[in-house]
Write a protein that binds this ligand. Structure first.
Ligand code: SAH
Length: 387
């Protein structure tokens, strides 16, 4: 394994336990291959960390603060620990078999996402190094109780130059897979091959649950609905009318299908741009949910994104009946909770209506954040009552 060291003035950054080393901190001798495993050594040549190298501003993603003598044993241990944690959290049950098994840095595996849908695990690698290790990762994942398929869906998540030479596909497949996916007793059709991300937005589970508790007798608008996750909980909670709006035709098709799967009536799926829909409709709702995609994918886009969130929140607030509820979210990593809340406050000021925050919302416990890597905490939301 290649060894690298840190510049003299950067030697103590490891004490912060952040799992990334930026290229400016690295003292490299000779060429390093993209995705290679590297050991970081101190001035006494002692190995202080092991990680994946990438020719990028994030040069090393740290897998362990020390040596990793056996790659397979290392991945097996991390994956099994993560699986046990989800079990202890009560997230693996017959009536709920959709969960995130590995949440990157939050599970001490930077660059790796694994989501489980029934008996299928879907892997999404965000670094070359992780993707080179996918065969061994798939093998240890297939050893887990109840997993009989492993699908690699890394193509869109990897840097552009790697996309042309790789394809998504099954690493382990089974003809008898149990395709029925359930979340808190509700059935969902999840298409990990054609769907967005790994197929479903698992991070919203707890927030969907909260929505379901408050929807009895309400008319609910679920904007940016994808396959209708929030809509199904609203219907289960006794909503009398639920409209799902998404610009993706497939998403609306799945939302309608999910309503059928759960034998719900009172659901309508509308394929439209949410901004246009909100501008054109006159109708007001007892509850409005807005869960847009990340408007800011990079720091440069932050300012425009804030403006877009503000515009969207103003439009949504205007569609909430007096005394009604707004669930508003942002999954942009570069917009932190404080900035998000400021944005919602400034949207509120434009409407001039009194509002109360009932809950500050976040991602579920199967999306843990590494304490030393606050960037991993990306999902923010507010449940607001509007007078
Ligand atoms: N709330 C969903 C996840 C939403 S993901 C859930 O719980 O599953 C964001 C969704 O917004 C995607 O389905 C995407 O197709 C949709 N989308 C993105 N931009 C849009 C726009 N301008 N108008 C309507 N839908 C949009």
């Amino acid at each position: 394994m290649k060894r690298v060291s840190l510049k003299r003035n950067k030697e103590n950054i490891l004490a912060m336990q952040h799992p990334w080393i930026f290229s400016g901190a690295l003292l490299t001798e000779g060429e390093l291959e993209d995705g290679a495993w590297v050991e970081i050594v101190d001035r006494n040549q002692r190995v202080v960390a092991t990680g994946h190298y990438q020719n990028h501003s994030i040069a090393v993603r740290i897998l362990a603060f020390g040596t990793i003598p056996d790659k397979e044993a290392f991945y097996r241990l991390r994956v099994q620990e993560a699986f046990q944690l989800r079990r202890r959290l009560g997230l693996i049950r017959p009536d709920s078999n959709i969960f995130r098994l590995i949440h990157g840095e939050g599970d001490l595996l930077p660059g790796l996402i694994i989501d489980v849908y029934g008996s299928t695990a879907v892997i999404q690698c965000h670094s070359i190094g992780m993707h080179l290790d996918v065969p061994v990762i798939a093998s240890v994942v297939s050893e887990l109780d109840g997993i009989d398929q492993v699908y690699d869906k890394s193509q869109d998540a990897l840097p552009a130059q790697y996309r042309a030479t790789m394809q998504n596909g099954y690493l382990v497949s089974s003809p008898e897979t149990d395709a029925e996916c359930r979340e808190n007793g509700l059935s969902f059709h999840v298409d990990w091959e054609q769907g967005q991300k790994t197929g479903f937005f698992i991070d919203q589970r707890d927030n969907r649950d909260l929505v379901g508790k408050w929807t009895s007798g309400l008319q609910v608008l679920n904007a940016f609905s994808y396959s209708g996750g929030f809509s199904m909980y609203a219907l289960a909670g006794g909503a009398t009318q639920v409209v799902s709006v998404d610009q993706s035709r497939l998403a609306i098709q799945w939302a309608n299908e999910n309503a059928r799967l759960n034998a719900f009536t009172g659901h309508e799926g509308i394929c439209a741009n949410v901004f246009e829909y909100l501008q054109q409709t006159e109708k007001t709702w007892d509850m409005v949910i807005i869960d847009p995609p990340a408007f800011a994918k990079s720091l440069q886009k932050k300012h425009n994104a804030v403006q877009a969130y503000k515009r969207l929140n103003i439009l949504a607030m205007q569609r909430v009946k007096p005394g009604g509820l707004l669930f508003t979210f942002s999954c942009s990593q570069v917009i932190d909770r404080e900035l998000f809340q400021h944005t919602v406050v400034s949207a509120g000021m434009e409407t001039g209506r009194p509002m109360q925050i009932l809950h500050a919302l976040s991602q579920g416990a199967d999306h843990p954040t590494n304490l030393y890597h606050p960037e991993g905490h990306y999902l923010k939301g507010l449940a607001i009552r509007i007078h």
